[in-house]
Design a protein around this ligand. Structure first.
Ligand SMILES: N[C@H](CCC[C@H](N)C(=O)O)C(=O)O
Length: 281
């Protein structure tokens, strides 16, 4: 097969290439990492933070697979699953409620396809126990622990996230401190890193460095959920939490530890890949 159809989507600027494998595998499993690296390359490929695959599921309506641009597969992707749902609805695979199998469990999504396409995702329970993040520590929680000069809160909102509260967020060079945490030996699976400033009783501003993209992204859904959870637990904000990022806004609501993330998904263009022209590295 020398040509592959793809769709380019983004959720608040966190962008993805989607390949529909519902009718059968197009990219062999052992070739997916190198395919993703090639197609996500900002110069030699389409360019994206990650890739989404639509696959058949035995447990739910459909199966969601997410790979970061470095080819690593992650359990979940909040912005990605909203984009995935936009595709399903556009193609007539789904209507208003969708159950999606992910590596982080089966999630239920609710679509409101009015003037603007919006998806509300039941993200499941945010997990606070250190062993669930995971963190290499004897402590039950990694909650406000110091790493260098930073006070770090680690939770799992589908994938591992570190949350650090700061006063000033716009002019900060987040890459050096983020990498110090992202690669720290405390986190055996690595971790995504969020710098958060409280902007109001129901408002946070967040910048996220993403594991597997190894750079700042314009928005991170699971990072927004993780940050809103920690801020609410610490009493910094009340539910619902409006999360503002460089790429747009999300609304995070809670029912106990269960988080709901609401936001948009934009289908920017459809295309066709010439496999022979891609640089597989
Ligand atoms: N951008 C994603 C997070 C992807 C997680 C991935 N970076 C990892 O954990 O390896 C989101 O919207 O939730």
């Amino acid at each position: 097969m020398s040509k592959i159809k793809f769709v380019k989507l983004h959720g608040n600027g966190n962008d993805f290439v989607l390949v529909d494998e519902f009718s059968g595998t197009i990219i062999p499993e052992d070739r997916k990492p190198e395919f993703v690296r090639a197609v996500c390359h900002r110069r030699f490929g389409v360019g994206a933070d990650g890739a989404l695959f639509v696959q058949r599921s035995e447990k739910a309506d459909v199966r969601f697979r997410y790979f970061n641009s470095d080819g690593s597969e992650a359990e979940m992707c909040g912005n990605g699953i909203r984009c995935f749902t936009r595709y399903l609805v556009d193609e007539g695979y789904a209507n208003d409620i969708v159950k999606v199998e992910t590596l982080a469990g089966v999630l239920e999504l609710e679509v409101s396809n009015g003037e603007k396409f919006l998806v509300k995702v039941n993200m499941g329970r945010v997990r606070k126990r250190a062993e669930d993040v995971p963190v290499n520590t004897e402590k039950e929680f990694f909650w406000g622990e110091r790493i260098g000069s930073m006070e770090v809160y680690a939770v799992n909102s589908g994938v591992p996230h570190a949350v650090i509260f700061v006063d000033e967020i716009d002019h900060m060079d987040i890459i050096p401190p983020a990498r110090k945490i992202r690669y720290h030996e405390l986190f055996p699976h690595g971790i995504n890193v969020n710098f958060v400033s409280v902007a109001g009783e129901n408002e946070l501003r967040i910048r996220t460095y993403e594991r597997g993209v190894e750079d700042e992204t314009l928005s991170c859904g699971t990072g927004s959920v993780a940050s809103a959870f920690v801020a609410k637990e610490l009493g910094y904000v009340s539910d619902p939490v409006r999360v503002i990022t460089k790429g747009g806004e999300l609304i995070i609501e809670f029912d106990g530890d269960i988080a709901y993330m609401s936001g948009s998904a934009n289908r920017v263009f459809d295309g066709e890949l010439n496999l022979k022209e891609l640089r597989f590295v």
